[in-house]
Design a protein. Structure first.
Length: 157
């Protein structure tokens, strides 16, 4: 008799203010620092004041080159985490699809992706354990992400 075990879907929570991504994926528990928005996670530049700022979730990315302004963190709510895949600009990354009814504030195109020179325009960028997280998300075939302002259910506005 052959038995197979299925790995449960990932269930992660991202706390914007603290910059913490926590939860289970691929049979593992993760609790790691991650940046969202404001160029957070950049390997080249310091993040702007919109990085991990719960007041700035509606700030959209604008301009290119020297006129580029980073977007704020991703909007609050629940997202489907897609299985990681290779993105032409981001490399290995997991697309975050908002569940219906989330006010997206005119924003879209969020991922969990690795660090790079540009950093985050709203995507979640783990500051460590990126490969382990992507491997776990792949083995669990994605899952669910809850984005909250802060730990303990604190609301800022």
């Amino acid at each position: 008799m052959i038995t197979t075990t299925t790995v449960p879907k990932a269930n992660l929570i991202y706390y914007i203010y603290e910059g913490v991504l926590s939860g289970n994926a691929g049979g593992r528990h993760f609790q790691l620092f991650a940046a969202s928005g404001g160029g957070g996670g950049s390997t080249k530049h310091e993040p702007s004041t919109s990085a991990n700022n719960p007041y700035m979730t509606g700030l959209r990315t604008r301009g290119k080159g020297a006129r580029h302004r980073h977007g704020g963190p991703l909007p609050l709510g629940r997202y489907k985490i897609h299985r990681p895949a290779k993105h032409p600009h981001l490399g290995r990354s997991a697309f975050l699809e908002p569940f219906q009814g989330i006010p997206m504030l005119g924003r879209s195109g969020f991922f969990i992706h690795g660090r790079g020179p540009h950093g985050s325009d709203g995507c979640i960028v783990p500051l460590a354990q990126f490969k382990a997280l992507m491997d776990a998300l792949e083995s669990s075939d994605g899952g669910t992400l809850h984005v909250l302002e802060a730990t303990g259910g604190t609301r800022f506005a």
